[in-house]
Design a protein around this ligand. Structure first.
Ligand SMILES: [Zn+2]
Length: 135
């Protein structure tokens, strides 16, 4: 039953995505609500990629610029639902503890900027054996 519930949730989110760009975007939110209901009924978690797609208060399917506003602020990505106004804040750098102002503490750790240490070897000039032939 859990497996079927998971499939049904995936189907509903696929439908929601389709309707969101179609002629009935309000249906998308209806599909989201149904998918969440199924998840709760059968104790199935929605996949993390689905959970990014809708408002947790009013279940509206988020369409960038139409039903959700996304801003980067204070080291967090703030997505505000334009239907009910509920903000959802996702830290951009989950490993760092934010300060009181909500700004990340300390300098930004740039893992990607780590320069690989390359050992530069000098030209290996092996002295050719000088076969000195005197005379
Ligand atoms: Zn909402």
């Amino acid at each position: 039953m859990v497996r079927i519930a998971g499939e049904r949730i995936a189907d509903l989110f696929a439908l929601a995505e389709k309707e969101a760009g179609g002629s009935h975007p309000e249906l998308a939110s209806r599909y989201v609500a149904l998918a969440r209901k199924i998840g709760m009924r059968y104790n199935v978690r929605l996949l993390p990629e689905y959970r990014e797609l809708y408002c947790r208060r009013c279940s509206v399917f988020w369409i960038e610029g139409r039903t959700v506003r996304t801003r980067l602020r204070g080291g967090r990505r703030v997505r505000t639902c334009l239907a009910c106004g509920r903000p959802r804040r996702v830290p951009l750098h989950p490993n760092r503890v934010p300060t009181e102002e909500g700004l990340p503490a300390g300098p930004v750790a740039r893992h990607d900027a780590a320069v690989a240490e390359v050992e530069i070897e000098g030209p290996d000039e092996t002295d050719a054996d000088e076969e000195g032939e005197e005379g």
